[in-house]
Ligand binder design. Structure first.
Ligand code: ADP
Length: 690
């Protein structure tokens, strides 16, 4: 606009005067000045003042040169409005500065009218507001950023249950998050700008924090603490808090920010944990002890298990064996039953303690009972023939009390039929289920017994018949012997003496048979009387001196020994044993006869130095008709009844007889009798057959 040659032709004088003043104004202002055609299409002139580039020539396409595209529309609109209304154009908008960088301008333009009131030109001024706009923009951005930050903090602090707050140095709250507000039960406006006391803190609590704020201000150090106080709704709680200094760019503390966390649950949990860990410690110790025990037990268990496994295996094997054994036993039992039936045996068993008596049908039949009669032990005993009953009962009792084997032959009188049956009973004590049973079998021997009896009767009869002529023969030979002696016929006398000896031998043999038959038919009688065995020995000594010249018989020692005995029978026993010693030992050897008291029993022993007896034969020599076999026996006469008779006699005296022997060295035959006092007692509480 400094170039006047381009101005439209106006009324020159007034315009020139005002134009001068106008120029001066323009020079004085720092603003950009410009002029536009009436329709703003052409920029006639622009003095850019270094801000925008100057335009000295009218310029049609000024808009894109001065205005950046983003503000073009805004500028056009404002221009159109101004033209339309012929009013002042006024707008803040972006511009492209002279150096090409974007800037801001505040532009005002006034319409210029001619005399006719026609709009002929616009005259404008624009100021550089780039700096202000930048500051405003930065401010706006900053505000926006801080708003955003605040929203972010708000979001964060609202979301946390922790209490977040800021104090100024006068202990007033300048910030409190929603958790703290809700704890107080207050709104932002009620709480912010107030101090601790005003926000309802108790004096001690308020003072505490005030002291801490002072401390932080002085030291710039954070403070951490724990405090318990009542919450508006939750009651008494425990809080952990940290107060930190907020330092400005000068390094001064200008505020104190704090966070507080409710640690009640954590505390409780810690407490519980501490207690639990104590308990745990105790439990652990106990567990350790238990573990040790368990370990030991486990080892033991393992060992036991191994043993058990082994035992189980053994058991399995044993079980199999047991089953096999059971089967065998069953088979054996069956076989036994069949055998017993076949053998026609009756069986019994008696419980030792209760004397409960169990008999099978066959046994009942032997005793003359019906198969289903209920019989007791005593019922059975009572059916035994009275001559044998006592002995049978005694033997039975001996089995119960001493466990001796029962073996006896005896007649039974049938209960219902009155029939006499001879039986042999054999039994012994058996142990089963921890109880003693007297078990046995019974078989009928009536026929055999009747045979024996007939035989015995026959022997007795024969013996008796033989004895009569023999007694006569003995008489005649003795008579003849005396006569020959007197007549001096020594030869005849000696022959007759030998005949006499043979007759005596024969008499003794026949007597032996007679005795056996008497014994067997129960016709032998024991006449007990008090005797001194020493006297019997003395008589035997005298007899042996007279009759035995082949051996040296020594009677020593001989003690006075009183017994109740049948004198003749005991004499016969002694005689028998001495005769055997002579018979079975070599001539010239010594025979020792002794009569002593041993263990409270009268004891008589006859010891020879003869052939002796084999151990196998020893137990049998007292059996009837038993003779030891052997070539040497051929020359020694005998029937095997001597020792049998001895044992029967001693038995009937309740004594015992036995032999000890060494083959080739000699034998000792002994018998013992109860001493008189003992025998009396024995008889008193027991039974002794006459
Ligand atoms: P015997 O009439 O045969 O002598 P005994 O009954 O007296 O009958 O004896 C039975 C058997 O005992 C005899 O046959 C004999 O073998 C044996 N005996 C008996 N006494 C003696 C003894 N003192 N020394 C050796 N053997 C004996």
């Amino acid at each position: 606009m400094t170039n006047s040659s381009h101005k439209p032709p106006l009324n020159k004088q007034p315009v020139a005067a005002s134009e001068d003043r106008f120029r001066a104004l323009i020079s004085a202002t720092s603003d950009i000045v410009y002029s536009m055609s009436a329709d703003w299409r052409v920029m006639q002139e622009l003095d850019g003042r270094g801000f925008l580039s100057d335009t000295k020539q009218p310029m049609a396409d000024w808009l894109p040169k001065y205005v950046p595209s983003q503000d073009l529309e805004k500028v056009k609109t404002a221009i159109d409005e101004a033209i339309q209304e012929k009013k002042i154009f006024q707008l803040e908008h972006r511009v492209l500065q002279a150096d090409g960088s974007p800037g801001w301008t505040f532009s005002r333009a006034v319409p210029i009218f001619n005399d006719k009131g026609e709009l002929i030109e616009w005259f404008g001024a624009a100021s550089d507001i780039t700096e202000r706009k930048r500051t405003e923009e930065a401010l706006r951005e900053e505000r926006e950023r801080s708003e955003q930050q605040k929203r972010l903090y708000e979001t964060i602090t609202a979301g946390t249950p922790d209490l977040i707050y800021v104090f100024d140095l006068n202990y007033r709250f300048t910030y409190a998050n929603s958790a703290l507000l809700s704890m107080w039960g207050k709104t932002w406006d009620d709480a912010i700008g107030r101090n601790l006391l005003e926000n309802g803190y108790e004096p001690w609590h308020a003072e505490m924090h005030e002291r801490e704020i002072d401390h932080i201000k002085a030291t710039k150090q954070a403070v951490r603490g724990e405090v318990a106080f009542p919450h508006a709704t939750l009651g008494r709680r425990i809080y952990d808090y940290i107060l930190t200094p907020v330092v400005n760019d000068k390094g001064e503390v200008e505020a104190v920010a704090g966070t507080t966390r409710d640690v009640t649950e954590r505390k409780e949990w810690e407490l519980t944990l501490a207690r639990s860990s104590e308990e745990l410690q105790t439990i652990n110790e106990e567990m350790a002890a238990i573990n040790e025990e368990m370990a030991t037990t486990n080892e033991e268990m393992a060992a036991t298990n191994e043993e058990l496994t082994a035992t189980n295996e053994e058991l399995a094997v044993l079980n199999e064996q047991l089953l096999a054994a059971q089967q065998k036993i069953e088979e054996a039992q069956m076989a036994l039953r069949l055998a017993i039936n076949a053998a026609n045996f009756g069986t019994w068993f008696i419980q030792s303690e209760t004397r409960e008596f169990v008999a099978d049908a066959r046994l009942k039949e032997f005793f003359g009972f019906h198969p289903d009669d209920e019989i007791l032990y005593d019922d059975a005993i009572n059916q035994i023939h009275q001559d044998y009953r006592q002995q049978a009962a005694e033997l039975m009792e001996a089995t119960f009390s001493k466990g001796t084997r029962f073996d006896m032959e005896y007649p039974i009188i049938g209960h219902h039929d009155g029939k006499t049956r001879w039986v042999r009973g054999i039994g012994e004590i058996q142990r089963s289920d921890g109880k003693d049973f007297f078990a046995g079998v019974l078989h009928e021997i009536t026929e055999k017994k009747e045979d024996e009896l007939r035989k015995n009767d026959f022997i007795a009869m024969v013996s008796h018949e033989l004895k009569t002529p023999l007694t006569s023969v003995k008489g005649y030979t003795q008579m003849l012997h005396s006569k020959m002696k007197r007549g001096g016929d020594d030869f005849a006398a000696s022959v007759l003496e030998k005949a006499n000896t043979q007759v005596a031998k024969m008499t003794s043999m026949i007597n032996g048979f007679l005795n056996v038959s008497r014994l067997e038919s129960g016709k032998i009688h024991i006449d007990l009387q008090l005797i001194d065995l020493a006297e019997l020995i003395k008589e035997a000594e005298e007899e042996s001196l007279a009759t035995i010249s082949s051996h040296q018989v020594v009677f020593e020692p001989v003690e006075t020994t009183m017994v109740n005995a049948d004198r003749d029978k005991i004499e016969q026993v002694i005689h028998n044993l001495i005769s055997n010693a002579v018979k079975y030992s070599p001539g010239g050897s010594i025979i020792n006869v002794a009569c002593t008291i041993v263990n409270g029993m009268a004891n008589i022993s006859i010891k020879d130095q003869g052939m002796g007896i084999k151990p196998d034969d020893l137990p049998k020599i007292f059996d009837r008709f038993y003779r030891v076999e052997g070539s040497h026996m051929y020359s020694i006469s005998g029937f095997g009844i001597g020792l049998y008779l001895c044992s029967e006699i001693i038995d009937r005296h309740h004594g015992k007889i036995w032999a000890e022997s060494e083959l080739g060295r000699g034998s000792t035959f002994s018998f013992g009798l109860p001493l008189s006092g003992q025998l009396q007692n024995w008889i008193a509480d027991d039974v002794c057959q006459d």
